[in-house]
Design a protein around this ligand. Sequence first.
Ligand code: ADP
Ligand code: MG
Length: 247
Amino acid sequence: MEKLELIKGCAKTLKLNNLSANASTIIENADVNDLSYQDLLLDILKSEVNLKEKKAQERLLKNAGFPIIKRIEDFDLNFQKSITPRQINRLLELEWIDRMFNLIFLGPPGVGKTHLAIAMGLKAVEAGYRVSFVSMDNLMHVLKTQDISRKIKGKVNSILSSSLVIIDELGYLPINKEEANLFFQLISALHEQASIIITSNKGFEDWTELLGDDALTTAVLDRLVHKCELFNMTGKSYRLEHRQSIF
Ligand code: ADP
Ligand code: MG
C-alpha cells in the first residue's frame, strides 16, 4: 500500500499521468496476465506516450480555432468539379506544407471554399502541424488591437508561429488603408515561413480595389502566388442546392 502511494507520487512528479492515475489497475493487470517485466514496462511507457500525443493533438485542435469541424470525407467531389480527386489526394499528403506552398480558393458563396480550407487544416492538425484559422474580419481585429491586450498579442504570436495559417473570407468586408498595410505585413512575415490558405469571393482582378492600393496589392500577390496552387471554384451553391425546408 505504501509502495503504491510512492509509485503514484513519483509518477506525478515525472508527469506520468496515466501511471499516477491507474497505478493499482496496471499492477493488478500485470499480475493477472502474468506480464514479463519487459512487457509491463513497455505497456506503462506506451500508455504515457499515447496520452501525451492525445493531449498534444487536443491542444493543436483547440489552438487552430476552427469555427466548425468539416471533414474531407464529407466533401462531395461530384458536386464540386473544379477540384479533382487526384488533386485532393495530393493535397492530403500535406507535402505542400513542408514546402511552404500556399493554397488559394476563389469562387462565389457556397461552393465549398471554407469547407475545403477547414478540412485541410484538420488533416494538418491530425498530422501534428500547428494551424491557425482566422476569418479576415477577425484577423484585422487582432492585428489592430494586439498592442492593447496580452491575450490578443498571444493570438497574433500563435498565428505567426503556425505552419499553416488559414485566412477565410477575404473580400466580404471592405478593408481600409491601415488594415491593408497590416495584411501586407502579415503576409510578408509568413512568406516562406508558413503555408497560407486564403479563401475569397473576389478574383485577383478585384483585389486592388479591395486593398485600395496597386503597389501593395502587387506586393501581396507577388508573395502569395510565388509558391501557390490556385483553385477557381465554380458551380452552384451547395447551400442553395441542398436547401433544407421545415415543411
Ligand atoms: P463557401 O466558403 O465557398 O461560401 P462553404 O464551404 O461554407 O462555402 O459551404 C457551404 C455549406 O455547404 C457548408 O455547410 C459546406 O459543408 C457545404 N458544402 C459546400 N460544398 C460542398 C460539397 N462539395 N460537398 C459537401 N458539402 C459541401
Ligand atoms: Mg466561406
